[in-house]
Design a protein around this ligand. Structure first.
Ligand code: SAM
Length: 278
């Protein structure tokens, strides 16, 4: 078995580079290498795989991915972290590429030609926006093969929720209509430095075949309208969306239902009727 490369403890890296956690950047760091190795293993065997990581920070998850044999392209917005990441890269020649930028501005198509995995302990303030961006790609299946992402527990629950549950909503539908989505592990708040107020969880998503004839934009607008007024009946929340009430009637979906009772398949069927013919 390959011997793990001896690296300085993460707490030393933080100290050496003065990386005090910045709340505005959603910085809650993980130092427990056993936990980080478990997270890095969620997508499967990583040797020889390509990974895109958002927010490597001091590089805890990054080193777990590199040790597992992945090639990592990481985007970090906090320039203070770059020297620490450069030192980490020196231990893994040719395996780590760090981009100094805002992940929200990154166009994945310009970075990768071959399939890759996305693995990240996401900054909470931009986590949902990034997930929606990756789920809304026009190209399907996308070039990314899996998403392994840390969220606040409550957001993770929304992503994997089934209909007729409290957590079910727009995020559940956008995630599940063309992905398998599952909760991979829960992570106690005490595992982070500094500990956030709430618990966290890792979700794992893999693309599945996209239902035919459905525009992602139309599904996006439909779910926004339906869940924008969650307590209202569909006939009320969808009345501003051209053709929506007729679509409900054609599909035999009772317009007095509330959105949380409407399954992913039913939302997909409504969106199909509203989508322009290909
Ligand atoms: N990966 C490290 C770990 O697990 O300990 C740090 C995770 S911390 C929750 C989130 C990281 O994302 C921070 O390093 C923060 O600076 C970075 N970050 C925040 N907003 C970002 C953005 N828009 N683009 C890229 N990185 C961002």
């Amino acid at each position: 078995m390959k011997q793990p490369i001896a690296l300085p403890p993460l707490r030393e890296v933080i100290k050496k580079h003065g990386l005090s956690a910045n709340k505005a950047l959603g910085q809650n760091f993980l130092f427990d290498m056993q936990l980080l190795d478990r997270i890095a293993a969620v997508p499967g065997e990583m040797a020889g795989q390509t990974v895109f990581e958002v927010g490597p920070g001091p590089g805890g998850l990054t080193r777990a991915l590199l040790q597992a044999g992945a090639r990592v392209t990481a985007v970090e917005r906090d320039r203070r972290c770059l020297p620490a990441l450069a030192e980490l890269g020196d231990h893994f020649p040719g395996q780590l590429n760090v981009i100094d930028d805002d992940a929200l501005k990154i166009d994945l198509a310009s970075l990768f030609d071959d399939p890759f995995h996305i693995v990240s302990n996401l900054p909470y303030n931009v986590g949902s926006a990034l997930l929606i961006k990756w789920l809304s790609e026009a190209r399907w299946p996308p070039l990314w093969q899996s998403l392994t992402l840390m969220f606040q527990r409550e957001v993770a629950d929304r992503i994997v929720a089934s209909e007729a549950t409290e957590a079910y909503g727009r995020l559940s539908i956008l995630a599940q209509w063309r992905c398998e989505a599952k909760l991979a592990m829960t992570v106690h708040r005490s595992a982070f430095t500094p500990p956030p107020k709430v618990m966290s969880a890792i979700v794992h998503l893999t693309p599945k075949a996209q239902p035919e004839g459905v525009s992602p934009e139309v599904l996006g607008h439909l779910t926004q309208a339906a869940f924008g007024q969650r307590r209202k009946m569909l006939r009320q929340s969808l009345k501003g969306l051209a053709g929506a009430l007729e679509a409900l009637e054609r599909l035999g979906i009772d317009s007095s239902r509330r959105p949380e009772t409407v399954s992913v398949d039913e939302f997909v069927a409504i969106a199909r009727l509203l989508s322009p013919a290909a």
